[in-house]
Design a protein around this ligand. Structure first.
Ligand code: MAN
Ligand code: CA
Length: 393
């Protein structure tokens, strides 16, 4: 039960004014110990009783006002309650978001805490080792201090040792950082090597399959090669036999060719005239001396060279006005045969050669009755028949 302080001034009729009372509120409400408003004393007794009953006339209105106030108060409380509930809902949502963010941050921090815990454990070990070293040094220092031997020097030495340990610790920390970096690099290299190993494994599998395929192909090719080798050996033998036969045939062919050439040489073409060791061709038309010579050359012969009286008689007997192989066109008056040999024995007509108006080529004339003598020099650009000679021996 609420214990309040109820303060009034001169509220009870039978008590003295200006006295402060404390009482239970419930007692005040339910025991009907209401305070009685003070009455103003006007001096007379009846007047006093009338003026002390004034509140009874307004009790109904007061109760209505009180009820209205209670309703307004209740409405205010409900409105306040709803307003606070909305604010609480908004705050709840905001707090939920913040809680999720904090949860994420908490997870991240937990990971970092674990990593730091690992580093902390490592550093703790190092610290413990250093602590152990430090304790050892302190013991040594204490022992040295106890022995009272040059304490200042010992302190300096301890300080130096301490500084050295600090440096070593810093170096260890630096080494730790370096090793951490190297470890990360090695991890990266390890991951790269794993990828490369997988790629190489794939390549190896492919190459193995190709190798097997090639091995099979190689075996097939080996069999084919052996068969081809056997065939090749057989063909080589056949080729050698054929080569031998070819050589034999070539020799026989060459012999036959030689014999043929010999026979050809000994034989005159059709429409040619053979006499002793030469074949003679007598033209059927007329040309200049130069064109006549070229015609003989095209026939494998040359304009006839007369080497003997018998040959001259033969040419004369042909009874053909014809060019033969004698000219002085190179040096006037110096007659040479078409093979370059000089003229030694000649059969000129009487008065010839006379080089009449420039006559440099010789022909055999068929107008005189002498059986041998028949030569005359005439202009080379005249057109006459001609006689070719192909020697057989
Ligand atoms: C005569 C003689 C020959 C000469 C001829 C030319 O017969 O003078 O020497 O070659 O004419 O037509
Ligand atoms: Ca002449």
């Amino acid at each position: 039960m609420y214990k309040g302080i109820y303060e009034y001034t001169n509220g009870f009729e039978d008590e003295e004014p200006n006295e402060i009372k404390t009482m239970d509120v419930d007692d005040h409400i339910y025991n009907n110990k209401r305070p009685i408003m003070p009455c103003k004393k006007n001096g007379a007794g009846d007047q006093h009783s009338v003026s002390c009953q004034w509140w009874k006339r307004y009790s109904g209105a007061a109760a209505g006002c009180l009820g209205l106030l209670c309703v307004l108060l209740l409405a205010g409380i409900i409105g306040l309650f709803l307003y606070q509930r909305d604010q609480l809902q908004t705050s709840y949502n905001t707090l939920t978001k913040e809680r999720d963010q904090l949860q994420t941050s908490y997870n991240t921090l937990t990971k970092e805490r674990d990593q730091l815990q690992t580093s902390y454990n490592t550093l703790t070990k190092e610290r413990d080792q250093l602590q152990t070293s430090n304790n050892t040094l302190i013991k040594e220092r204490d022992q040295l201090q106890t022995s009272n031997k040059t304490p200042t020097k010992e302190r300096d030495q301890l300080q130096t040792s301490y500084n050295t340990l600090i440096k070593e610790r810093d170096q260890l920390q630096t080494s730790y950082n370096t090793l951490t970096k190297e470890r990360d690099q090695l991890q990266t290299s390890y991951n790269t090597l794993i990828k490369e190993r997988d790629q190489l494994q794939t390549s190896n599998n492919n190459l193995t399959a190709e190798r097997d395929h090639l091995h099979t192909s190689s075996n097939n090719l080996t069999d084919e090669r052996d068969q081809l080798q056997t065939t090749n050996n057989t063909l080589i033998k056949e080729r050698d036999q054929l080569q031998t036969s070819y050589n034999t045939l070539t020799k026989e062919r060459d012999q036959l060719k030689t014999s043929y050439n010999t026979l050809i040489k000994e034989r005159c073409p059709q429409d040619w005239i053979r006499s002793c060791c030469s074949c003679y061709y007598i033209s059927t038309n007329e040309k200049t001396w130069d064109l006549s010579r070229k015609d003989c050359q095209a026939r494998g012969a040359n304009l006839v060279i007369i080497n003997s009286r018998e040959e001259q008689a033969l040419i004369k007997a042909f009874n053909k006005r014809a060019w033969f192989g004698l000219t002085d066109k190179e040096v006037e008056g110096t007659w040479r045969w078409v093979d370059g040999t000089p003229l030694t024995t000649s059969y000129w007509n009487k008065g010839e050669p006379n080089d009449f108006e420039g006559e440099d080529c010789a022909l055999v004339d068929n107008t005189l009755k002498d059986p041998v003598v028949a030569w005359n020099d005439v202009p080379c650009n005249h057109k006459n028949g001609w006689i070719c000679e192909r020697q057989l021996c």
